[in-house]
Ligand binder design. Structure first.
Ligand code: PLP
Length: 454
């Protein structure tokens, strides 16, 4: 069978036929892409049998480890019943039961679930629902969207219009719709979140947001945020108080609050959702990535009854939400998501994460001893630090040294799949990672840093 072709031939075919995401293909003219052949628990194995810790949960999606037997069984069970069916005017068992479960575990007041199939579409759905809501409520001028500096909400054009990362988004600026940014709290990360200075800065940022709202709330449909961690923007963790403040301002000025939990949802921060740390309910909540334990594509946009009711009317009044994707609510994906949430309960996953997160925090602190490491930060099972040429002077390495890429390559030699964001090294660990594995990952990362003289 052709899948048994030997891997050097396959790698040649990869060069010939495949274009990989976020990858400069020329980097692989003379070096090989990492060829993964097997995955189990927190480990990935390449074709030569080398083993790597999946320290970024396969792009922030994996939850219970790879090839969890119960997840695999859920897939086989479901394919024997229904593989796929359209979801417009048709429903199915796992689609219904998952929606019920999501409503039960999400912040109080989010009562309706609209499925799609990836994080970007979950965001697009929230954007379009918010826009249409205001249109149908006599507020035609509310058409603009507000996002935080340094934010990331996906790569489709709508989601990208709400992105604040220069290196990804500037090029496509002419395609972006009218939107504007408000301050990102990213600069808090070095300080103790309870300190007086941090409080003052939060108030300062919130004041700036409020000034924007005062000047043009009648033109703003919604504010979108990544709750507590701006992941793609460099794993910046910010205090709960900023999130609460933004929620309150949105309520005060009649602006929808969209929580993009695509990266942080499903236990990553130690609570089921990052919004749970702040005990807030957004008007919309977008989830994807970890929803299926990181195994199949699925997404959902949850909203309040108030939003839903604005669309619920006689057909002739043309309030139908005319949006949908071919694979909306796929039965296999929803079956897997249900099984994953059952595993959360049966294996007390959140309890395990909270307990081991304390250990992770202690472990990563020791990175501060390295002379080129700064801004060590952690929340739940997410941790990060920046490597700098001169950390006192806050001087970055010249970009042509590609220090992040060097760390990635050296990491592979040490059995770690680290995939830095620029010069930021981070972990987004599978939630099943044990205390011992955490120690081993940190230990190996230190070897990488020493090897590179950092
Ligand atoms: C990854 C991500 C998205 C986009 O999800 P895709 O499934 O890659 O389209 C949106 N928002 C956040 C916060 C993300 O991290």
């Amino acid at each position: 069978m052709f899948i048994h072709q030997n891997y050097p031939d396959l790698l040649e075919k990869d060069r010939k036929y495949v274009w990989h995401p976020f990858t400069q293909m020329k980097d692989y003219e003379s070096r090989d892409l990492l060829f993964i052949d097997k995955a189990e628990g927190v480990y990935l194995y390449d074709v030569d049998g080398n083993c790597y810790y999946d320290t970024n949960s396969s792009w922030w999606v994996n939850i219970h480890g790879h090839c969890h037997p119960r997840i695999n069984q859920a897939i086989s069970r479901q394919v024997k019943e229904i593989d796929h069916v359209m979801f417009s005017g048709i429903t199915h068992r796992t689609g219904i039961l998952l929606a019920e479960k999501l409503v039960q575990i999400s912040p109080e007041g989010l009562n309706k679930v609209f499925y799609s199939d990836n994080g970007s579409t979950a965001v697009e759905v929230a954007i379009k629902m918010s826009f249409q809501y205001w249109l149908q409520n006599g507020k035609q001028k509310k058409q603009k969207f507000v996002y935080l500096e340094n934010s990331y909400h996906g790569d489709t054009i709508g989601a990208m219009s709400l992105g604040g990362i220069e290196s990804y988004h500037a090029l496509f600026h002419p395609l972006r719709f009218a939107s504007f940014s408000v301050p990102s709290p990213q600069f808090f990360m070095e300080e103790d979140a309870s300190s007086e200075i941090v409080k003052q800065r939060i108030n300062h940022c919130l004041h700036e947001v409020e000034q924007h709202f005062i000047s043009c709330a009648d033109e703003i449909a919604a504010l979108i945020v990544e709750p507590l961690i701006q992941m793609a923007g460099g794993v910046h963790i910010y205090p709960v108080d900023y999130l609460i403040g933004l929620r309150n301002l949105c309520t005060k000025y009649h602006i929808h609050f969209i929580a993009d939990e695509v990266a942080v949802g499903f236990g990553r921060t130690g609570q089921m959702f990052a919004c749970d740390h702040a005990r807030i309910t957004p008007d919309f909540m977008c989830v994807s990535k970890g929803i299926t334990a990181g195994v199949l594509p699925l997404a959902a946009t949850l909203c309040t009854d108030e939003i839903y009711d604005a669309f619920y009317d006689d057909f002739a009044r043309r309030k139908t939400f005319t949006h949908g994707h071919s694979f909306t609510g796929n039965p296999i994906a929803t079956a897997v998501a249900l099984e994953s949430l059952q595993i959360f309960e049966d294996e007390q996953v959140l309890y395990h994460v909270q307990k081991n997160a304390v250990h992770l925090q202690e472990q990563v602190k020791s990175f501060e001893d390295f002379s080129h490491v700064s801004n060590v930060r952690q929340l739940g099972f997410v941790a990060a630090f920046d490597v700098m040429k001169d950390k006192e002077k806050k001087l970055a390495f010249p970009s042509n040294e590609r220090i992040g890429f060097q760390i990635y390559e050296t990491g592979l030699q040490e059995g770690l799949l680290l995939r830095p964001l620029g010069d930021t090294i981070y972990y987004v660990l599978p939630l099943c990672t044990t205390k011992k594995q955490i120690e081993d990952i940190v230990h190996r990362t230190k070897r990488v840093l020493r090897k590179l003289g950092l």
